[in-house]
Ligand binder design. Structure first.
Ligand code: ME8
Length: 526
């Protein structure tokens, strides 16, 4: 059995409906999970909703519902978004679930047993929007004398009895972790930020609240609920069976295990500082990688409810197609950097790459085979790709599909994977134009068959390689090509699935178009 692979998104606050930033993170993480499954790994992929905390309590109060009702309603939208966008999670976790409460309390007790929790009085600045405590030195002045967090959200002075976690004790161990495992925080720019923050000294962290009760109860401490980030981060352990299922833990949360957290750049501090400190305190294994991706901007502007430019991902998927949206987001934005989206950019990218380049290549090749050869696969299995330029093309496609694309996806660089894939698509289009099978039909039918055979193989390889990103279109094409489910893996790229097809006497049906050309909607305000 290959090494298990655990991958997670952040869990979202269900205090409103999901926006395109949430969809972006879910789609990217899904592509990585699908990729690892196609590499034969035993994958556990978790996403979900982060339902406790003051922000949820306040939003619920404002709407005149209970926090649980608000969470039930909104969490369903997040789940629905994942389902619609083909996000292949293994568990959709909700932090209001009983096993999650048990896991959070077990982590608490483990940190307490290590002497890292003490009761004191908290006096300091808190941002409800970020659910975060800040030091005075991190704040700036906003309008009307309001103090602002580094994220630009208002903070309020808070005084209450609180449990504290001895974060200060972990300054050195954390710095050692960043030094010994430079890959722990990615990309590099985020790592530098975190190192500077930790080098600046760490204050102990207030980890319980008494002013409201919507949260996980602190064991043995009446009136205290856990600070929402303590329970939120624990979601990763809950999904891996903590604390009762030792076998599951050994599989998905093992020492030295391949555990990746995909999160946005605004919450790197929680994942790269607090989280490993909690885990060290509880004597649990650490994740291998925390990747802080960039933010999606609407036409270069920050999305906000007041600007009215928050795009609904399901509306975008409805308008442009799920694969098209997935492809656009992963191709267009270099993972780790901020990126911008607009209806024009989605239409432009989907049309140029999917409709005109890849879709058209598949469509014209397959209809040509269906029409001129009655769908009979045009080669005998000893001759495909033996001569140049056929062999040259196939070597190039094979390199792109079985080396460059997987390498980029392994490194969490989907836009790099797409670039390599598109280079291969272009190479096929150039080949079909220079080989001109429509001319060969009259002058040299045998050569025409060799060209079509080469293209048939190349298109199948391209479809397999791009599956993690556009699963629906790729699978529909692979169905048309007759490629069996079990052969749709990266390892099969090297083994020649097409030879088995020839042996089976497979006949190609006239192809259905896969990626229709998109029109820019009249209302292109998204
Ligand atoms: O932070 N572009 O929840 P959240 C890209 N509950 N990503 C974005 C984004 C944008 N415009 N806006 C937000 C939370 N995100 C916590 C996480 S994890 C134990 C707890 C990303 O609903 C954001 O960076 O505010 C985060 O990774 C995720 O969406 C959920 O954000």
């Amino acid at each position: 059995m290959t090494k298990p692979y655990t991958i997670t998104t952040a869990i979202s606050y269900p205090n409103g409906r999901p926006h395109i930033g949430h969809a972006y993170e879910a789609i990217a993480t899904d592509a990585f999970a699908r990729f690892q499954r196609m590499m034969g790994r035993d994958v556990f992929f978790q996403t979900g909703t982060d339902e406790h905390g003051l922000k949820m309590a306040q939003t619920a109060r404002g709407k005149g519902v209970t926090p649980q009702e608000l969470a039930d309603e909104m969490s369903a939208y997040f789940k629905q978004m994942c389902d619609k966008l083909n996000v292949s999670y293994d568990r959709f976790i909700r932090t209001s679930e009983p096993d999650h409460h048990r896991a959070s309390q077990a982590l608490w007790r483990a940190m307490e047993a290590n002497g890292d929790l003490y009761l004191d009085r908290y006096e300091g600045w808190y941002s409800v929007r970020d659910e975060a405590f800040y030091d005075e030195k991190e704040l700036s002045d906003g309008e009307g004398g309001v103090k602002l967090s580094p994220q630009g959200t208002p903070v309020e002075w808070t005084v209450e009895e609180s449990w504290f976690f001895r974060l200060s004790k972990y300054q050195e161990p954390l710095l050692a972790l960043y030094r010994d495992h430079p890959e722990f925080i990615q990309p590099e720019s985020r790592r530098n930020e975190v190192m500077r923050f930790v080098e600046g000294g760490l204050s102990d962290l207030s980890v319980s609240r008494t002013s409201f009760d919507w949260g996980v109860k602190v064991p043995g401490s009446e009136g205290h609920v856990m600070y929402v980030w303590v329970d939120a981060l624990t979601n990763y352990l809950t999904g891996c069976g903590y604390p009762d299922d030792a076998e599951r833990m050994a599989r998905y949360w093992a020492d030295g295990g391949d555990i990746t957290h995909i999160i946005g750049k605004d919450i790197v501090r929680f994942h790269a500082v607090y989280w490993p400190a909690f885990l060290m305190s509880a004597k649990l294994p650490l994740p291998k990688k925390v990747f802080g991706h960039g933010f999606l901007l609407n036409r270069g502007e920050k999305m906000s409810k007041s600007l009215g430019n928050v795009a609904d991902p399901l509306e975008l998927a409805e308008k442009f197609g799920v694969d098209q949206l997935r492809y656009f987001l992963l191709a267009e934005v270099s993972f780790g950097n901020d990126g911008s989206y607009s209806a024009e950019a989605i239409v432009q990218r989907a049309n140029s790459d999917l409709a005109n380049s890849f879709g058209n290549l598949a469509q014209r090749t397959l209809s040509f085979i269906a029409k001129n050869l009655d769908g009979r696969l045009p080669w005998d299995r000893t001759t495909v790709g033996e001569e140049d330029p056929d062999g040259e093309l196939l070597a190039q496609i094979q390199y792109a599909c079985s080396v460059e694309v997987p390498r980029a996806l392994e490194q969490l660089a989907p836009s790099v994977a797409v670039e390599a894939w598109m280079r291969a698509v272009f190479a096929c289009n150039a080949y079909i134009d220079t080989q001109a099978p429509w001319t060969l039909r009259k002058t040299d039918p045998a050569r025409m068959e060799a060209v079509l055979a080469t293209l048939y193989v190349a298109i199948g390889q391209l479809a397999i390689a791009i599956r993690p990103i556009i699963p629906t279109g790729a699978d529909a094409l692979l169905d048309q090509l007759g490629v069996a489910d079990k052969d749709r893996t990266y390892s099969e790229l090297e083994r020649g699935w097409y030879r088995r097809l020839v042996e089976s006497g497979f006949t190609l049906a006239p192809p259905k178009p896969l990626f229709p050309r998109l029109e820019l909607p009249a209302d292109a305000s998204t």
